[in-house]
Design a protein. Structure first.
Length: 667
C-alpha cells in the first residue's frame, strides 16, 4: 500500500466519524428542542405538542324519579300509566327497564316515543317525563314497581320502589240477616234478591251482613205516602256492618235500595229489596155454634185488636199530628236523619211519664227562644218581662198602639220599640223598651212629663217608613219618628206606627237569622189541638199524677175557649169599601172618652170582620187604613160614638179609596 492510499483511507475514516458525531449532535439537539439548521448556541423555540389518550366511562346516570302511580295508590284501572322523570348522563342514556313485583316487566325501553304490542311509550321533551301504558292488564291486588336506567357504557342506576293496589272488582256485599230471619242476599248475585216481601213482626228491624272493608253504603228506604229516608254507614275494617231502621208502618210494603261504593269508586247495588211488617192481633173468636135444640143467639163477630207497643203508639201519634202540621214543618221533620229521629223517639219514651208537661212547654220554649235570638244583643231583665208579656205569659195591660206594615197594614208582631228622651242634656237616654205582641200591639209605657222619640227595630222591617204621612192623618195615626211631648204623667201615648218591609237585597241571610225565622214560623202555628191530642193519649198510656194535672190544665183552657166561643161579642162589624169589598187589616181603635185610653185595639180579618168584648158603656170608635178614609153620608168621619150599654151592637163601616176622592175632585 502506498502512502497516498494510506492517507486517503485515513481521510475517509475521518469524514465518516465526523458525520456520525454530527448526526448524534442533531438528534440530541432535537430531543432538547433544537430543530434542524439550529445549533445549541442558539435559543430553541417553544413548540406545542398534542397527546391523545382514551379514558373509560365509569360514571352512572342519575336515578329515575317515580311520579305515578303514587306510592300506596289505590287504582281501579288494570292498565295504569307508569310515569317517571327521565335520567341524565355524562355520555348518554341507552335504555330503561320497568320492574313489576321485583321482576323485569319490560326491557330495553327506548328513550323516544314508541308503540308496540306490549306497551305505548310517550316522551315529553319539555318536562323530561316518560309515560308508559301497558297493553296487557295487570292483575288485581297489591304490586310494586321501579325503573332501572342504563347508559351507553353499561353503567346503571335505579329509582325507589313504590307500591300500589289495583281493584277493578265491584265491592262484595251480603245481607246475612234481617231481624230474626237469616238471609244470603248478595250484591254479586241478583237472583238472591227475593221477589216477594220478607215478612217481619218487629217494625224496627236490625240488618246485619258482611262486605268489602271501609266501603260506604247508602240505603234508601221508600214507604207509600212518605218522603224517602236515607241511611249512610261505612263497613268496618273487618268487613262487618249493621244498621237498624226506625219504627216502620205496618201492613205496607217497604222497599230498600242499597248502593255500595269502595275506596276506589267501584260500585255494586241491591235494588227492590222488599219487606212487610205484619200486624199482630188479639183475636176474639165468634160465638160458638149452639147445640141442637138450643135457640141460637146472634153471632158475635170476630174482634181483632192490634197489639202495639208504647213506642209504636207514640210514632203513630206523631204521624197523625204531622198530618195536622203545615207542609213546611213536615218537610223539615222528614228530612231529619233517621238516627236523630230514633234518638228523639227514645228520649220521648223516657219522658212519657211526664210527657204532657214537656209537650205543654214546647210552645213557650220555642217562642221564647225565637225572641231571645231576635233581641239577643239588647237583652235586659226589663226587656225579658216585656217579651213574656208579649207572649201572653204575663197579663196584658191596656193597648197603647200598634206597629203595622206600611204596604199591607198587617200588624207586625214582636217588634222592639225604644223610647228615648229628647230633652236637652238627656238626649238619646233610653226611657223605656216595649215589644209588640202577636197582633202588633204594644202596651205598658207610662212616661213622665217631657219630650220623647220612639224608634222601632225589627229583623224584617225598617223604621221610619219612607212613605209620607197623608194629610188626613195625624202624627198619632201615622208616626214617623217625630218628637212628641207628654204634658201629663197620667196620659198614654197612643200611636199607630207604619214600617217598611226590607227587600231581599237588604236582608242579611245569616244562619242565625234563618234559624230565627224558622222558630218564628213555629211559634205562630196553633199547636193547641195537636198538643191536646198528644196529652190525652200520653195520659191514657201513662196516667201519672203530672200527666193528669197537665191534662186538667188543658181541660181548663178548652173550657175557656168554649165559653168564649159561646159568648157573643158586645161590638162587632164589617169594614168594606164603596164596592162592598172587605177591607182587610183596617185598624179599629175603641176609646173610653172619660179615661182617654184605648179600650180595644184590633184589626179586621180577610173578610173585613172585627169584634170586641166591652163592658156596657159608651165608647168612641176610630177606623184607619192607609189609602182609605171613613165615609158616612158623603162626609169624612174621624170618629163615631158607639153605645153598648143596652146590649150588643153591630156596625157596618164604609171606607173610600182616596184615589176615588181625587178623581171626583178633578172631574
Amino acid at each position: 500500500m502506498t502512502l497516498y492510499n494510506f492517507k486517503s483511507l485515513l481521510f475517509s475514516l475521518f469524514l465518516l466519524l465526523s458525520n456520525l458525531i454530527l448526526n448524534a449532535s442533531q438528534a440530541f439537539a432535537q430531543a432538547g428542542g433544537i430543530a434542524p439548521g439550529e445549533i445549541l448556541s442558539t435559543n430553541p423555540k417553544i413548540r406545542d405538542t398534542s397527546v391523545t389518550a382514551t379514558v373509560p366511562d365509569i360514571v352512572p346516570p342519575s336515578a329515575p324519579i317515580l311520579i305515578s302511580p303514587e306510592n300506596g295508590a289505590l287504582l281501579n284501572d288494570a292498565t295504569p300509566t307508569f310515569i317517571w322523570q327521565g335520567s341524565t348522563d355524562n355520555v348518554g342514556i341507552s335504555y330503561y327497564q320497568l320492574y313489576l313485583d321485583g321482576a323485569i316487566l319490560y326491557n330495553n325501553i327506548p328513550t323516544s316515543n314508541t308503540s308496540n304490542s306490549f306497551y305505548t311509550l310517550v316522551y315529553d321533551s319539555g318536562s323530561g317525563q316518560y309515560s308508559l301504558t301497558p297493553t296487557a292488564t295487570i292483575s288485581n291486588g297489591p304490586h310494586t314497581w321501579a325503573i332501572y336506567v342504563f347508559d351507553v357504557a353499561g353503567n346503571y342506576n335505579n329509582s325507589a320502589t313504590w307500591s300500589f293496589n289495583i281493584d277493578t272488582l265491584a265491592p262484595n256485599f251480603i245481607i246475612t240477616s234481617i231481624g230474626p230471619i237469616a238471609t244470603n242476599i248478595s250484591a254479586q248475585d241478583i237472583e238472591s234478591i227475593p221477589d216477594d216481601p220478607i215478612e217481619l213482626e218487629n217494625n224496627s228491624p236490625l240488618f246485619t251482613g258482611t262486605g268489602e272493608n271501609n266501603s260506604t253504603v247508602k240505603v234508601t228506604v221508600s214507604m207509600p205516602g212518605e218522603i224517602d229516608q236515607v241511611i249512610n254507614f261505612t263497613i268496618d275494617e273487618n268487613g262487618n256492618w249493621n244498621f237498624q231502621l226506625g219504627i216502620l208502618p205496618r201492613d205496607e210494603i217497604i222497599t230498600l235500595n242499597f248502593i255500595i261504593t269502595d275506596l276506589v269508586g267501584n260500585i255494586s247495588i241491591i235494588t227492590n229489596l222488599k219487606i212487610l211488617i205484619i200486624q199482630e192481633y188479639i183475636i176474639y173468636p165468634p160465638t160458638p155454634t149452639p147445640s141442637p135444640g138450643v135457640v141460637p143467639t146472634p153471632p158475635t163477630p170476630i174482634i181483632k185488636i192490634p197489639i202495639l207497643p208504647p213506642a209504636e203508639i207514640m210514632v203513630r201519634i206523631f204521624q197523625a199530628i204531622k198530618k195536622m202540621l203545615p207542609d213546611a214543618i213536615v218537610t223539615i221533620i222528614s228530612q231529619t236523619p233517621e238516627i236523630i229521629q230514633a234518638v228523639i223517639l227514645k228520649i220521648t219514651e223516657s219522658l212519657a211519664p211526664f210527657g204532657t208537661l214537656v209537650a205543654t212547654a214546647i210552645i213557650p220554649i220555642f217562642s221564647l227562644l225565637a225572641l231571645l235570638l231576635q233581641f239577643g244583643q239588647q237583652l235586659s231583665w226589663q226587656l225579658i218581662l216585656k217579651i213574656l208579656q208579649a207572649l201572653g205569659f204575663i197579663p196584658p195591660k191596656e193597648p197603647q198602639g200598634i206597629v203595622y206594615d206600611s204596604d199591607t197594614n198587617a200588624p207586625v208582631s214582636f217588634a222592639l220599640l225604644t223610647i228615648t228622651s229628647a230633652k236637652e242634656g238627656m238626649a238619646q237616654q233610653i226611657v223605656a223598651t216595649l215589644v209588640t205582641d202577636i197582633n202588633g200591639i204594644y202596651q205598658g209605657a207610662q212616661l213622665p212629663k217631657g219630650k220623647y222619640i220612639i224608634s222601632v227595630s225589627h229583623q224584617d222591617y225598617k223604621f221610619p217608613t219612607d212613605k209620607q204621612r197623608p194629610a188626613y192623618l195625624t202624627i198619632q195615626e201615622f208616626y214617623r219618628g217625630e218628637v212628641f211631648e207628654v204634658t201629663s204623667s197620667d196620659s198614654q201615648q197612643l200611636f199607630l206606627i207604619p214600617v217598611d218591609r226590607l227587600t231581599e237585597t237588604h236582608e242579611n241571610q245569616s244562619l242565625k237569622k234563618t234559624l230565627r225565622r224558622i222558630l218564628q214560623k213555629i211559634k205562630f202555628i196553633n199547636l193547641f189541638w195537636p198538643l191536646l191530642a198528644i196529652s190525652v193519649v200520653i195520659t191514657i198510656f201513662y196516667p201519672t199524677v203530672i200527666n193528669l194535672v197537665v191534662l186538667m190544665f188543658y181541660a181548663f183552657i178548652l173550657l175557656k175557649k168554649v165559653l168564649k166561643w159561646l159568648k157573643r161579642p158586645s161590638l162587632s162589624g164589617y169594614v168594606v169599601n164603596t164596592n162592598e169589598s172587605p177591607v182587610e187589616n183596617a185598624i179599629i181603635r175603641i176609646n173610653d172618652p172619660e179615661k182617654s185610653r184605648f179600650t180595644a185595639l184590633i184589626t179586621t180579618n180577610s173578610k173585613g170582620y172585627f169584634s170586641a168584648y166591652l163592658e156596657p158603656n159608651k165608647y168612641q170608635i176610630q177606623v184607619s187604613k192607609n189609602g182609605f178614609v171613613w165615609m158616612r153620608e158623603g162626609s169624612q168621619l174621624s170618629l163615631a160614638e158607639i153605645d153598648v150599654t143596652l146590649g150588643r151592637k153591630s156596625v157596618r163601616i164604609i171606607m173610600k179609596d182616596v184615589n176615588e176622592i181625587y178623581k171626583e175632585m178633578l172631574s
